[in-house]
Design a protein around this ligand. Structure first.
Ligand code: ADP
Ligand code: MG
Length: 264
C-alpha cells in the first residue's frame, strides 16, 4: 500500500512527499502525531523540497559570474552609498514597481559587487534574475537578430523579474545595432526591472551607442523610473597598491589614475 501511495504521489508530481513518506510514517508513529500533524509534515516536506529546487534552478539560470553579498561590502571604503540605502533596495519594492537601478562610477568602486549582491538577494527572495555582461548581451542580441530568433529570445528574457547588464560603456555598440538595444529597453519599460552598471555618465552614452538620438530615447525610458547611484571614490582593487604608493609618494601614474574622477 505504501508503495502504491508513493507511486500515486509521483503521478501528481509530489516527488518530495513520495520520498519522505517512509520517514514521515515512522516519525508520525514515534511522535504519536495526529492525522493533521502528519499531513502538515508531509506538506512541509513537499514545500521545502520545491523551494530548494526552485532556488537552485533560479541560481543556475541567473548565470551570476560569482557570488558576492552585501555583508562583504565595505561601506566605510565606499561612502557614496550607505548600508541603509542598500537595505532599502533589498525590500525589492522597486522590482514590484518595475523600476530600474543604475550604478555609475569609475572602475573598481564596487558597481558589479553591488549588482551581484542585489541580484543574489533577489534570487533568495524568489525573484528570477538573469545576469549578462553588457558585451555578452549585445553579442547575443545581434546573433539572435541575425538568426531571426529575436522575438522568442526577448519573450524568454521577459520571464525574468530582473535583467542585470554589467559594464555598459567599455566596447562601443555598432550604431547599426543600437536600435535593437532600444527595442529591448522599450520592451522592459514599466514591465521588467533592469540593473545597469556603467563607467559612463548618461551624457557619454550618445558616443557609446554611436547615435545620440537613440541613446536619448534609451535613457529617457531607463531614467524615467529608476534609482541612480553615482559611486565615487578610489578603486577597491587598487587600495593596497595605493597605500604602498602613498607611502613611497613616488608613483605619479597611479595617483593620477586614482584621483581621476572625471567619470563621476
Ligand atoms: P566595478 O564594477 O565598479 O569596476 P567591482 O564591483 O568589480 O568594481 O569591484 C572590484 C573588486 O573589489 C571586486 O572584487 C569587489 O568585490 C571588490 N570591492 C569593490 N568595492 C568594495 C567594497 N566597498 N567593499 C568590499 N569589496 C569591494
Ligand atoms: Mg564592474
Amino acid at each position: 500500500m505504501i508503495t502504491q501511495a508513493k507511486e500515486d504521489l509521483k503521478k501528481i508530481k509530489c516527488y518530495h512527499m513520495s520520498s519522505y513518506l517512509d520517514e514521515g510514517i515512522r516519525n508520525g508513529k514515534e511522535k504519536e502525531l495526529s492525522n493533521i500533524e502528519f499531513l502538515r509534515k508531509m506538506l512541509d516536506a513537499e514545500i521545502t523540497g520545491r523551494n530548494k529546487n526552485n532556488l537552485s534552478r533560479n541560481m543556475r539560470l541567473a548565470n551570476l559570474p560569482c557570488e558576492k553579498n552585501i555583508e562583504q561590502f565595505d561601506f566605510k571604503f565606499q561612502t557614496s552609498i550607505t548600508k541603509k540605502q542598500v537595505n532599502e533596495w533589498l525590500s525589492f519594492e522597486w522590482i514590484d514597481n518595475r523600476q530600474n537601478l543604475l550604478l555609475l562610477g569609475a572602475p573598481g568602486v564596487g558597481k558589479t559587487h553591488l549588482a551581484i549582491a542585489t541580484a543574489l538577494e533577489a534570487i533568495y527572495r524568489g525573484y528570477k534574475v538573469r545576469f549578462f555582461s553588457m558585451n555578452e548581451f549585445i553579442e547575443e542580441m545581434i546573433i539572435q537578430e541575425l538568426n531571426r530568433t529575436s522575438k522568442k529570445w526577448l519573450s524568454n528574457l521577459m520571464k525574468y523579474d530582473i535583467i542585470v547588464l554589467d559594464e555598459l560603456g567599455y566596447l562601443p555598440v555598432d550604431s547599426k545595432y543600437t536600435h535593437l538595444f532600444f527595442r529591448f529597453v522599450n520592451e522592459c519599460y514599466e514591465y521588467r526591472s533592469l540593473i545597469i552598471t556603467s563607467n559612463k555618465m548618461p551624457s557619454q552614452w550618445g558616443v557609446y551607442f554611436g547615435d545620440e538620438s537613440v541613446a536619448m530615447a534609451i535613457l529617457d525610458r531607463l531614467l524615467h523610473r529608476s534609482t541612480v547611484v553615482k559611486m565615487k571614490g578610489d578603486s577597491y582593487r587598487l587600495r593596497d597598491k595605493a597605500e604602498n604608493l602613498n607611502k613611497q609618494k613616488n608613483d605619479n601614474i597611479c595617483n593620477t589614475f586614482l584621483s581621476d574622477q572625471s567619470l563621476i
